[in-house]
Design a protein around this ligand. Structure first.
Ligand code: ADP
Ligand code: MG
Ligand code: ZN
Length: 480
């Protein structure tokens, strides 16, 4: 029997607020353990939380960016649980009235566009971190307690590992774009949980699902989906049933294993948070928040195709990352060569970033430098080939202007045709066989001669100029 895979995701993203959700402790990552704490985020008896307004704004922005409906009225609830890393012993979250509902995200997959439903987005607080000391017991760091989160819950609309990855990346990119989260996976700012079940092909009834929490890379996410779907299919083929449970994905071993049986909503004894007032957003306020949203990748992509005449593919690559699209737009503002800028950003710069272990956010030189480099090609100072070597130097010495690098290394093309002519004359003299070939109709020999000229000039000959002179000199030889 063949099986369909069904996947729904829960995504936690830390919001980029300066202070925590209910107190003024900083949210900054990487401080000494237990230094960002106060009676409120430690949940001392009698303290009163106050909801950070920015959290509401960011959650609504995320909802708007993911095409959700933003509630005029929502409220916070207590989710009771034994959390060793959250001293309050309950998490302040949202239960039946979340701030956002009913969104859709369209993803581009190898099989075309697909819609993924967003069930809800709710606001909640993060828990602290447990640090398991080798043999020395477990320590707790409460700095993360009370860092604001949104949890995005999807419909079970995803059907394979690749689509799940594309979707997860799109959510990451969108949250990054809107600035509601820094989405640093390595710092746990965004974390993905995968719910997965399988069912006989074509059946409309969903199978029993398992959940794998905190997949911390896109690769781990894909591998976890591949492994878990196979495991479930094998169990069913053996005649076993799937147990609804939370499973741990071990990325090093490449296997998932049972962690605990799944708790149900009623296990948490949710009740309305008595210490916080409901969240009331008027339609005007929601529209005001909408107006603060930056242009999102899709709109930007269209604009790149229409206004800059870029191919769809370029527009897609450039807009996927905000940093890249910002760099592109700043460069285009300085030199009106969108396609050339795009080529440099898509083709030449990425391998150098990789070599220097930098991300697209960390291009070491400015858009002005890239624009200057392209200007040097356009005005014939250097060839495209030399420009690539200048680019490599720009990674080494980003503060140096491209023009300075060209001057210091003497890379400017030979525009003195007298010098070039002398070099070509010599090469043509030294290669009578090539002249003979050309006279006999074998034009390929031109390529050889051009190569010799480039070698002799270390690539500095202006190619058009060189070709012209080679043709003249060869013709003169044939005629003589
Ligand atoms: P819970 O309240 O137990 O967390 P939800 O109904 O809120 O469960 O679903 C949590 C996630 O699991 C959602 O992303 C949802 O799409 C997904 N999900 C629910 N049922 C299934 C299923 N049978 N197979 C795969 N995913 C599922
Ligand atoms: Mg849930
Ligand atoms: Zn605090």
């Amino acid at each position: 029997m063949e099986y369909d895979i069904v996947i729904g995701m829960e995504i936690h993203a830390e919001l980029a607020t300066k202070s925590k959700i209910f107190c003024s402790c900083p949210t900054e990552f990487g401080a000494d353990e237990n230094t960002h704490a106060c009676p409120v985020c430690l949940g001392m008896p009698g303290v009163l939380p106050v909801l950070n307004e920015k959290v509401v704004e960011y959650a609504a922005m995320a909802g708007l960016a993911l095409n959700c409906k933003i509630a005029n009225f929502s409220k916070m609830d207590r989710k009771n649980y034994f959390y060793p890393d959250l001293p309050k012993a309950y998490q302040t979250s949202q239960f039946d009235l979340p701030i956002c509902t009913g969104g859709t995200v369209t993803i581009d997959t190898p099989d075309g566009k697909k819609d993924v439903g967003i069930t809800r987005i709710h606001i909640e607080e993060d828990a602290g971190k447990l640090i398991h000391e080798g043999g020395g017991g477990t320590l707790v760091d409460v700095n993360r307690c009370g860092v604001p989160l949104i949890e995005i819950v999807t419909e079970p609309d995803l059907t394979n590992a690749e689509d799940a990855r594309i979707f997860a990346e799109k959510i990451r990119d969108t949250l990054e774009y809107t600035g509601v989260s820094d989405c640093k996976m390595q710092e746990g700012s965004i974390r993905f949980d995968v719910n997965l079940s399988v069912k006989p092909k074509g059946s409309t009834e969903l199978g029993t699902r398992t959940e794998m929490k905190n997949l911390n890379s896109f690769r781990a996410l894909m591998r976890a989906v591949q492994y878990e779907s196979k495991r479930q299919i094998i169990e069913l083929k053996k005649g076993n049933r799937i147990i609804q449970e939370t499973r741990k994905w071990d990325d090093a071993k490449g296997v998932s294993s049972s962690m605990r049986s799944k708790e149900e909503a009623h296990d948490y004894r949710y009740f309305p948070e008595p210490d916080l007032v409901p969240i009331v957003l008027s339609d005007e306020r929601i529209e005001e928040i909408r107006s603060t949203l930056p242009e999102l990748p899709e709109a930007k992509r269209l604009r790149y195709v229409n206004d800059f005449g870029l191919p769809e593919y370029d527009a897609e690559v450039l807009t996927a990352k905000k940093a890249l699209s910002d760099f592109f737009e700043e460069s285009v503002a300085l030199i009106d060569e969108p396609k050339m800028i795009s080529n440099w950003l898509m083709v030449e710069i990425p391998p150098l970033l990789k070599e220097h272990e930098l991300t697209a956010e960390e291009i070491p030189f400015t858009p002005a430098s890239l624009a200057e480099l392209i200007g040097l090609i356009q005005d014939g100072t250097i060839s495209g080939k030399i420009a690539k070597s200048v680019l490599a130097d720009m990674f080494e010495a980003p503060e140096k202007a491209p023009k300075t690098i060209v001057d210091e290394k003497g890379l400017a093309q030979m525009n003195d045709s007298g010098e070039l002519e002398a070099i070509i004359e010599k090469i043509v003299d030294e290669n009578p066989k090539s002249v003979e070939d050309i006279a006999g109709g074998n034009k390929k020999a031109y390529g050889f001669l051009t190569g010799q000229v480039m070698k002799a000039t270390k690539g500095k000959a202006n190619p058009q100029e060189a070709n012209k002179i080679i043709r003249e000199k060869v013709q003169a030889k044939i005629d003589s």
